[in-house]
Design a protein around this ligand. Sequence first.
Ligand SMILES: [Fe+2]
Length: 251
Amino acid sequence: MRILVISDIHANMEALDACLGVAGPYDRVFNLGDIVGYGASPNEAVARSRELGGLLVRGNHDKACSGVSSTDDFNHIAALAAYWTKQKLTPENLEWVKVLPQGPMKAEKIAGVQCVHGSPLDEDEYIIIVRDAYQPLTETDESLTFFGHTHIQGGFAVDGEEWLTLRPVYASADKSETFDFQLKPDAKYLINPGSIGQPRDGDWRAAFAVFDTSAYRITFHRAVYDISAAQKRIYDAGLPDRLATRLRDGR
Ligand SMILES: [Fe+2]
């Protein structure tokens, strides 16, 4: 089975469509949250996520944009975008976002696999460096956890006594590309597909992953997309300029 693993779409339809265009065939979808917030196409991103279906967990922006949580711990720009998104979402889409489930969610019929937004221990926690991964990897029973939230593609593993940081390596910086990573049956993994709509790992290309369950392999993807079109929507919406300019920097 091939599973499309997507996260942190952040209402960027140009990026999402580009990813779906290069993903190839897949049987199921894992969507790790932050479907909305920051970007200017919230209803479109929700509609496409509803179509794609599969396993979904909520992100902190989904909560803030739908009124499930406050924006008190958001910076000024994120809070402004959340407020804008809440006004923009149709009542039906707002309700759909509001009732997105909290992770961790176990994958149906695939043993040892779960999905979270931030961490298996706390949906809002950031796992940025291997030290952050220590407790989640030690305390979770699942051998493979897909997470998002940091917008950094790659992940962490513990293999016996060894702790590892995984970062895909790509040949170019401006073409759509893939990087294969073979999982080991005895190791425990935290895998981040990266962010579709607002990458922050210095690579502007939209990020996602495909999990091949029978080969037990992750294929990381970077997809080029029409950044200018996504930026124009942000400017036209009157959202803060920074939300548009940061896309080109991948920060
Ligand atoms: Fe996010």
